[in-house]
Design a protein around this ligand. Structure first.
Ligand code: GLU
Length: 500
């Protein structure tokens, strides 16, 4: 039997989840669900200096809002917890010592000042200082110093770090599911610190140890971690563990120009780059995006289904997803396309669901109405909307009589004989007992024909009267919804206002 797929999203709680991080989480989720596997959340909070209060709760809320909850993680303990690295901090040192024991790591006592000196010295000679095979024996560590001196330093409680001893003169071949084979010359690798003088592991050590202990089978993460892949593979080898498979996702690029999408791009372009609001930055949720739309457009940022299909439910994404169809090159972020996705998803929502959201907005601005009416209004205007927040502008005249009339339209539509014609229309309407769209339409149109009037003399001014300008859906649908009394009231009001 093949082993169960287990993947993890491993953010550091240093702030809100950027859209790129959210996409990493989504791809992990899709891959896990596609393969009947587990999706874990691991909080990588070993760097206490960069810890931001509230970031972990934000990450969890964002995943839940998107409908991609984790199976194991903080607050959902499975068999491999705890899932916060700060709560696992006591277990890492033994692993660092194990590597010293088997010759793959060493103690280093160099002070910050001495490393700084070497760095500057190299710079002056036009070189770059790398702590590795070519100079480690000239520095202060357990490979260069006599054993007794090392013991004495440790005994005296001198500050030390534990460094990985990266191999010399090897052509190391890596395999990335998305990028294929990558060959690394190990001579360019530095002896990364695995364990710090403050008693905490670095990202590299904690990440590898935890992926191993948590039985992670696939590491799916952003391209920015590709340079760490060689070290990570070497660490697995040094421990004698099987490495998971790696897949490095392409970067999300700015809408225009070069470089990675940043918070500033969002501020400049007026679009969110975070799932939920964070301080003064507005999130997708608060901007009125549906989570289905966010998930849909994120999935297609860097992945392609191999067909023309653009609209996917989460279940359809799970069904179609594969890492082999993730692109290598950066995915350009297109805010217009995001809006298009929201518009598409809005059209797919039931009138009932949209009405429930819209009625809250109406109540907030003190418009009292009934859900049945709101539902009908929504059905008439939703095709023109991208967000529910567009509804009010598209439909205010359903809830309140227009207070102004568009000047240009008045000039064009309001003629000398209009008041008389409108008075007659009001009289006709007042005699209709079944005030229903089709019925009103039949009666009014019959009257127009019998009177030998043109439709242009009646319909456009009537729209102006009811709506305040020339927008809106079918005129008789509007009449039915606002009702007979209100329709006639608006006609009389317009005659009074516009005839002077
Ligand atoms: N803690 C790392 C981050 O913040 C995790 C990278 C990885 O997935 O290995 O992205």
């Amino acid at each position: 039997m093949s082993e169960k797929v287990r993947v993890r999203f491993a953010p550091s709680p240093t702030g809100p989840l950027h859209i790129g991080g959210l996409r990493t989480a989504l791809f992990n989720y899709l891959f896990a669900k596609k393969n009947g596997g587990d999706f874990l959340l691991r909080i990588e909070d070993t760097d206490q200096n960069r810890y931001v209060e509230g970031a972990e709760a934000y990450i969890i809320e964002a995943l839940n809002w998107c409908g991609i909850p984790f199976d194991e993680g903080p607050g959902k303990e499975g068999n491999y917890g705890p899932y916060r690295q700060s709560e696992r901090k006591n277990l890492y040192k033994a692993y660092a010592l194990e590597l010293i024991e088997n010759g793959h790591a060493y103690y280093a006592f160099d002070s910050a000042e001495s490393l700084d000196f070497h760095r500057k010295d190299h710079e002056e000679k036009g070189k770059t200082f790398i702590y590795n095979w070519h100079n480690r024996l000239k520095l202060s560590n357990s490979l260069s110093l006599p054993t007794e001196e090392v013991q004495a330093k440790l005994y005296a409680g001198e500050d030390y770090v534990i460094r990985f001893k990266s191999p010399q003169d090897e052509q190391f071949v890596l395999n990335d599911i998305i990028r294929g084979e990558i060959t690394i010359d190990t001579n360019i690798l530095d002896d990364k610190v695995l364990f710090k003088s403050d008693g905490m592991p670095t990202y590299h050590l904690a990440n590898i140890v935890d992926d191993h202990l948590m039985k992670i089978t696939h590491v799916i993460r952003g391209e920015e971690w590709l340079p760490s892949m060689a070290l990570h593979e070497l660490l697995y080898k040094a421990f004698g563990w099987n490495a998971p498979k790696f897949a490095h996702l392409p970067l999300i690029m700015k809408p225009v120009g070069k470089g990675k999408l940043s918070k500033r791009d969002g501020e400049k372009g007026g679009f969110p780059v975070f799932p939920l609001s964070w301080n003064e930055s507005q999130g997708y949720r608060e901007a009125g995006f549906f989570p289905e739309a966010v998930v849909n457009f994120l999935a297609l940022l860097g992945w392609n289904p191999g067909t023309e299909q653009e609209i996917f439910t989460l279940d359809e994404l799970i069904e179609s997803f594969s890492l082999e169809r993730v692109n290598k090159s950066g995915a350009r972020f297109d805010p217009e396309k995001n809006n298009w996705y929201n518009q598409q998803w809005l059209q797919r929502k039931s009138d009932e669901e949209l009405a429930q959201i819209f009625i809250k907005q109406l109540e907030a601005q003190k418009v009292t109405t009934e859900i049945s009416k709101v539902k009908k209004v929504v059905s008439l205007i939703k095709e023109r909307a991208v967000f529910v927040s567009d509804f009010w502008e598209l439909s205010d005249y359903f809830f309140q009589s227009p207070t102004t009339y568009d000047d240009k339209s008045v000039k064009k539509q309001w003629k000398e004989d209009t008041p008389d014609i409108m008075e007659e229309v009001a009289a006709i309407l007042s005699n209709i007992s079944d005030f229903e769209s089709l019925n009103i339409e039949t009666i009014v149109k019959e009257w127009i024909t019998n009177k030998e009037l043109s439709f242009g003399k009646v319909m456009p001014p009537l729209r102006l009267i009811l709506v305040g300008d020339m927008k809106g859906p079918h005129l008789f649908d509007i009449m039915e919804l606002i009702g007979k009394e209100e329709t006639i009231k608006r006609i009389n009001k317009a005659i009074n206002t516009l005839s002077n």
